[in-house]
Design a protein around this ligand. Structure first.
Ligand SMILES: C[S@@+](CC[C@H](N)C(=O)[O-])C[C@H]1O[C@@H](n2cnc3c(N)ncnc32)[C@H](O)[C@@H]1O
Length: 208
């Protein structure tokens, strides 16, 4: 994300939770992410939200994963401050400023990683993917929700050179380079196929 974008998110932080896109996109996406999280990794011990914004997803996740370690990072410091200010009294969530491209965690720490509506802002998506792969446990899941152009939207994407919004034919090789692949996909209710929740992980090794 450019300096300009960071500043934009810093300015947006105070009013972000009241924006009309919350009801339209962000809340249904987060609800679906939580459902997929509970079915994919019901006993998650450590959860990371990359590009956590004002922290709403982790705050909603905490009662569902009461024993898990919960960490959120965001590139925009004002988003992080806002998230810290939203924490319920007994919360164990930690929020800090960091980028997807340089996650401040040792290898193999998290069995669940969330990224909602942030991937298209990452300035180096390949590096961000390799960082997520690095901090995931071997059987961990990365739940990624973002605009993934399909059907007619692929032509719009190409026409307007919206390179940050991946198509699956471009995303899949980036994931493969980090040893990951899409294992399943869920539609978000009331939102078209353009914003799926992808459950990403390492392909299971076949033993004979
Ligand atoms: C549209 S908001 C989404 C926030 C939250 N995930 C949600 O669903 O409400 C995008 C967020 O991604 C953050 N972001 C953008 N690029 C980032 C990067 N490279 N690393 C970490 N956070 C980033 C922005 O600062 C912003 O808070």
């Amino acid at each position: 994300m450019s300096e300009h974008d960071v500043e934009r998110f810093n300015r947006w932080a105070a009013g972000y939770d009241r924006h009309f896109l919350q009801k339209l996109i962000f809340e249904p996406v987060q609800q679906t992410i939580l459902e997929v999280a509970q079915s994919e990794v019901p006993n998650a011990k450590a959860i990371l939200d990359v590009g956590c914004g004002t922290g709403r997803l982790l705050i909603a996740a905490e009662p569902r994963f009461p024993d898990a370690r919960l960490e959120g990072v965001d590139a925009a410091v004002e988003m992080v401050k806002h998230a810290q200010g939203m924490l319920p009294a007994a919360s164990h969530i930690t929020f800090r400023q960091a980028t997807a491209e340089k996650l401040p965690f040792p290898d193999g720490q998290f069995d669940l990683v969330f990224s909602t509506m942030t991937f298209h802002h990452w300035s180096d998506q390949g590096k961000g993917i390799s960082e997520v792969a690095r901090v995931l446990t071997p059987a961990g899941r990365w739940l990624l929700a973002d605009f993934i152009a399909t059907g007619f939207m692929r032509y719009i994407r190409r026409l307007f050179r919206l390179r940050r919004f991946p198509e699956r034919r471009l995303l899949d090789p980036m994931l493969a380079a980090a040893g990951l692949r899409v294992l399943s996909q869920r539609r978000v209710p009331r939102i078209g196929a353009q914003v799926p929740v992808l459950a990403i992980g390492r392909p299971t090794l076949q033993t004979t």
